[in-house]
Design a protein around this ligand. Sequence first.
Ligand code: FES
Length: 146
Amino acid sequence: MSEEDFDEFVKKLQKEIINKELEDYNEYVVNLFHNPKNWGKPPDEEITTWHAYEGPCGDTMQFFLKISNDIIEKASFITDGCGATVAAGSQTTLMIEGKSIDFAESLVPEDIDKALKGLPDDHKHCAELAIRTLHRSIENYKSKWL
Ligand code: FES
């Protein structure tokens, strides 16, 4: 197979994968899954608090927060979960950056699901994993710093 043929083959395959995902998830979720915001573990000096949480499905998520004067200046995450989990983690970080810890604590899984324009019923728990991980990270912050 020539290099051009191989590139064409990969493009076709990627398109098929995305089309398959669009059967299960809306376009917003698929985009966020393929281009997650705030993905990755930052350097230690940029982490005020963090937490790793394992959901009932066995997937894990980690949140890393940089907090100053009770304001979340930076939020990032990693997960070994599915596409919906990546989108949920990403959406959660987008919603809390620049906000107070009180605001972050007030968020519930339904807020994330709504912001994602609706996850399929069998993936609603992915938003719950993101919120539980966030809330545990804040609990760690409070027990250590307040
Ligand atoms: Fe486990 Fe999404 S399938 S959190």
